[in-house]
Write a protein that binds this ligand. Structure first.
Ligand SMILES: CC(C)(COP(=O)(O)OP(=O)(O)OC[C@H]1O[C@@H](n2cnc3c(N)ncnc32)[C@H](O)[C@@H]1OP(=O)(O)O)[C@@H](O)C(=O)NCCC(=O)NCCS
Length: 146
């Protein structure tokens, strides 16, 4: 059955958290309720938390938002999480989720979408490249504060 992409509901959070825990092996108690409050509930005009549902089951999710003038850049869409349940992969669910959030960004007049990924995450790199995403003219920097 083809997955349908829609806005997240509070009742989806348990499945979303389970997909994330299966992928990252790191359960995050409290985190998903907080993300839902910030991105998924009420009228959050620049923030999006979407899920793909097939036969009543959540198969994947995507979260992102439109940000203005950060890093000196005109407004653009940021995708900061996308995950598909391992058993539902390679069936177009990830592509559908990305297209859906890009469609939401476009409705806000955004013409550029960005993301960031771990250098050694070949899977997510292959996926984003397959969607036409290219290296951006930015350099991420970090500093240990511990
Ligand atoms: C990346 C991910 C979202 C892709 O979801 P998906 O539903 O399998 O993606 P699609 O079926 O739409 O695949 C689209 C394209 O991506 C590429 N791709 C996807 N999985 C791939 C794999 N295992 N190897 C190589 N390319 C792959 C392919 O080009 C594919 O097109 P094709 O099927 O015509 O070859 C999913 O694999 C995932 O959740 N991975 C873990 C993500 C993660 O690490 N999240 C934590 C950080 S945000």
């Amino acid at each position: 059955m083809k997955a349908r992409v829609r806005n997240v509901r509070a009742g989806d959070l348990e499945q979303v958290a389970a997909i994330d825990a299966e992928i990252t092996r790191l359960p995050k108690p409290g985190y998903w309720a907080q993300i839902h409050r910030r991105y998924g509930s009420g009228r959050r005009q620049q923030r999006f938390f979407l899920v793909a549902e097939a036969a009543g089951r959540i198969e994947g999710f995507v979260i992102g938002e439109v940000r203005d003038w950060e890093f000196g850049s005109p407004r653009c869409g940021w995708v900061f999480a996308i995950s598909v349940r391992p058993r539902a992969r390679l069936a177009g669910v990830g592509s559908r989720l990305l297209q859906a959030i890009c469609g939401r960004f476009q409705r806000l007049g955004v013409t550029k979408v960005r993301t960031m990924l771990a250098r050694d995450n070949q899977l997510i790199l292959s996926f984003f490249r397959s969607q036409g995403m290219m290296a951006a003219p930015f350099i991420p920097l970090e500093l240990d504060l511990a």
